[in-house]
Design a protein around this ligand. Structure first.
Ligand SMILES: C[S@@+](CC[C@H](N)C(=O)[O-])C[C@H]1O[C@@H](n2cnc3c(N)ncnc32)[C@H](O)[C@@H]1O
Length: 360
């Protein structure tokens, strides 16, 4: 039994069923036993591989995407470049290498990384030791008026969700309880005033339907959008989830590249839930940002020119490397791999045109 499991069982015994949000947050970010406090989490040796760990092309293109946004913001002398949940620091390292093509962009960038895990902060500090960077563990309060460019890859899916289930013709909250010393899901009635505002009416859904909300993702996207609407800037989030809001239980656990029971040994596997991009895009427009329709990751990368970049890399590569570059390209853009399941979402303000990679 993991030490965290023992702690969570004690809490449930003392306080009763626990919100899924609190369970997921503890499993990922408990200061001592949280999953992201462990060393090796991403990569072939870890539990899962993210796009920047597959290929340098991913971060390089996001670097060029950021330069394009900076130009459309009027090439400001100073601006904030912020990455949320930077993992090993690979995306930012590749992005800054490609951004070196435009030295004025690099010298204008005040870089901030938002990372909740101490272990990963240390790793990012090693990877990015040649740059001047500020680290924060939450979205920072920017008191200046500088434009802001924000990037987050597989960040939103790591934020904790709440679930609601339709039981006997009404919505109840799906929580984590104890039965025979095992963690189980259990529905609990809650006050109508505590239900989320965007919950569909019971008449629109079948008995047993599950609805997920992500209060942390909603809060951070609303804050970022409010900052961007005020100072100008753009945000790019890439993650997995549907392009339209809907019902369903997407809470899942992955360990050593395989799905596992998310209630088994919390703190030892990666827990995620699908991102409701449509809802987050809507919240950004409420804050007066503009948006584009959500794009698949594959089309977004194609619009940014990933195939041309793969050709250039291949031209200079040894034969065994050429096959790897072609394989990596397919992993990122093919609809059989990450290309369709993963989506890109943007919102922006005060730009001469919308960010690259979206639209037609
Ligand atoms: C799935 S990893 C993605 C890492 C990286 N972006 C990549 O694509 O390889 C999620 C990242 O978000 C961080 N994270 C999770 N929850 C967070 C939170 N509430 N605040 C800040 N960072 C968080 C994790 O520690 C980790 O760095």
């Amino acid at each position: 039994m993991s030490s965290l499991l023992a702690i969570l069982k004690q809490q449930i015994l003392k306080n009763g069923p626990m919100a899924l949000e609190d369970y997921m947050k503890a499993a990922l970010l408990h200061p001592e036993f949280g999953y992201y406090q462990r060393g090796e989490t991403f990569g072939v040796k870890g539990d899962f591989v993210t796009a920047p760990e597959i290929s340098q092309m991913f971060g390089e293109l996001i670097g060029l995407w950021s330069i394009d946004c900076w130009v459309k913001l009027g090439s400001p002398e100073k601006f904030h470049l912020v990455e949320l949940g930077p993992g090993n620091g690979t995306l930012m390292s590749d992005a800054l290498r490609s951004a070196a093509l435009v030295p004025e962009f690099l010298s204008a960038a005040e870089i901030t990384l938002v990372e909740a895990s101490e272990q990963l902060t240390l790793r990012q500090q090693q990877t990015l030791s040649s740059y001047s960077i500020t680290w924060c563990d939450v979205w920072p309060t920017f008191r200046d008026t500088l434009p802001i460019i924000v990037i987050g890859n597989e960040f939103l899916d790591a934020l904790p969700v709440r679930q609601y289930e339709q039981v006997d013709g009404h919505w109840a909250e799906r929580k984590i309880a104890l039965a025979k010393d095992k963690l189980i899901f259990k529905c609990e009635d809650i006050a109508a005033s505590a239900l989320p505002e965007n919950l569909p009416s019971v008449s629109e859904c079948d008995e047993g339907s599950i609805f997920e909300t992500n209060p942390s993702a909603e809060k951070i996207c609303s804050n970022i959008a409010a900052n961007i609407a005020k100072n100008g800037g753009s945000a790019l989030f890439i993650d997995y989830g549907p392009s339209e809001s809907g019902l369903g239980d997407s809470f899942q656990s992955v360990q050593h590249h395989k799905y596992t029971d998310p209630l088994d040994n919390p703190g030892t596997s990666d827990l995620t839930a699908h991102v409701d991009f449509a809802r987050l895009g809507h919240l950004a427009t409420v804050q007066n940002c503009e948006t584009y329709p959500i794009s698949s990751q594959g089309r977004f990368l194609e619009r940014l020119g990933i195939e041309a970049r793969a050709l250039v890399l291949s031209r200079n590569a040894a034969d065994n490397q050429k096959a790897k570059i072609a394989g990596d390209l397919q992993r990122l853009i093919s609809s059989k791999e990450m290309g369709t399941l993963f989506k890109a979402m943007t919102f922006y303000a005060n730009m001469t045109e919308g960010p690259a990679g979206f639209g037609e």
